[in-house]
Design a protein around this ligand. Structure first.
Ligand code: SF4
Length: 369
């Protein structure tokens, strides 16, 4: 999603020939950091990098306009002005269309624009795309799920879907550009359209996209297991252009932790879902996300996560240690786990993933595990 926002910002900046893309970091007069708020460590690394760059410019006596864009401004808001006075322009992920105006407004005071929700109408149908073999197509923004560990509903705002017409227009505009593969983007693509249409879902959108003759492959990211309907599974099975990797974020292999995460499914529900997908699409590659060290996670509960990795045999696992994010419900839960314990659990999980994931165990073998 952030990569797509970067493409949209690049397009906005270059559209009136007012700016050109710099060949190198050292030559740039404006630097735009498009930030992610999901993990604290990445956020801290970004501030260190920004300070370092500003310091070097000062030393070289060269001007620099520093822009902080993306998800961090969405939740830190005005407090950034005080905490990071070296930033010239602050623009939230939901307000990127204001970027040229903020930069063009010549004033010594920091400029800031943050809006709570994204207006899907601002999406450019023909952005300057990153050279990559897939075109990133956002189909929805925001999330209404409020998983207790997750900052996204506070940064990306409430769930809004783009109209099917605007999505299909953007995809049709790719004809002749060389892009034949798509990555459909959204925080929870499975619930696409539910607050926009009465009778048009993500599955219907896939069918419409699938009809576009020059499109060869369609992938999507990411989905919530609770919204993976039978209709969607059978649609995925019926459409030969769909990518075979299906990302189903489990997050934890223990029911109490899943309840505290506010995920609205149990390990048993998830296992059933995986079985359904594998039955409908025998060559499906199921990947997942897992978080270790969620507040209150006991050793036994962590071992339940390990057990699920061993038994479900994911194709790919993206594992992370729980990162507390200000404003989320999980920050206030008792029994926060020590960093050393989180690190050890993450390393233990990664070892198991190396052993059991990446297609190492075919389906028949997995049943025996
Ligand atoms: S569904 Fe995904 S984006 Fe939404 S709150 Fe949960 S983890 Fe965050």
């Amino acid at each position: 999603m952030n990569k797509n926002d970067s493409e949209q910002m690049t397009t906005l900046m270059l559209q009136d020939d007012q700016y050109i893309e710099s060949e190198s970091l050292a030559d740039a007069d404006i630097l735009i950091f498009n930030s992610c708020a999901v993990r604290e460590m990445a956020e801290n690394r970004m501030y260190a990098r920004m300070k370092d760059l500003v310091g070097r410019r000062k030393k070289a006596k060269k001007d620099l306009t520093l822009v902080l864009a993306g998800c961090i401004p969405q939740y830190e808001k005005e407090s950034l002005l005080k905490a990071h006075p070296y930033i010239d322009v602050i623009i939230g992920a939901n307000s990127i269309e204001y970027l040229p105006a903020l930069l063009g407004h010549n004033t010594q005071t920091p400029r800031i624009k943050i809006t709570e929700n994204k207006d899907p109408a601002i999406i450019k149908a023909n952005p300057k795309r990153t050279p990559f073999d897939q075109a990133f197509i956002p189909i929805m923004f925001g999330c209404d799920n409020f998983c207790s560990y997750c900052i996204v509903p506070y940064t990306r705002g409430r769930e809004v879907s783009r109209t099917k017409e605007s999505i299909l227009e953007e995809i049709n505009a790719l004809e002749g550009s060389g892009y034949k593969k798509l990555l459909l983007l959204g925080q929870n693509v499975n619930s696409y359209g539910h607050n926009l249409y009465e009778d048009y879902s993500f599955a219907d959108l896939l069918v419409d996209i699938h009809r576009i003759p020059f499109i060869e492959k369609i992938d999507f990211m990411t989905s919530h297991p609770k919204d993976m309907s039978d209709k969607l599974i059978s649609t995925l099975a019926d459409l030969p252009k769909m990518g075979k990797e299906i990302h189903c974020p489990l997050q934890a292999g223990d029911n109490e932790i899943l309840r505290d995460m506010n995920r609205h499914y149990t390990v048993e529900d998830f296992t059933l879902l995986v079985e359904k997908i594998r039955k409908a699409i025998p060559n499906a590659l199921i990947s997942t996300d897992l978080i270790v060290g969620f507040p209150g996670e006991s050793e036994a509960q962590f071992q339940n996560t390990i057990k699920v990795v061993k038994t479900l045999g994911f194709h790919r696992v993206i594992a992370a240690a729980y990162s507390p994010r200000k404003g989320t419900a999980a920050v206030d839960l008792p029994d926060q786990i020590e960093d050393t314990v989180k690190k050890r659990r993450l390393s233990d999980l990664q070892k198991i993933v190396q052993q059991y994931a990446f297609g190492k165990h075919p389906v028949e073998e997995r049943k025996l595990l």
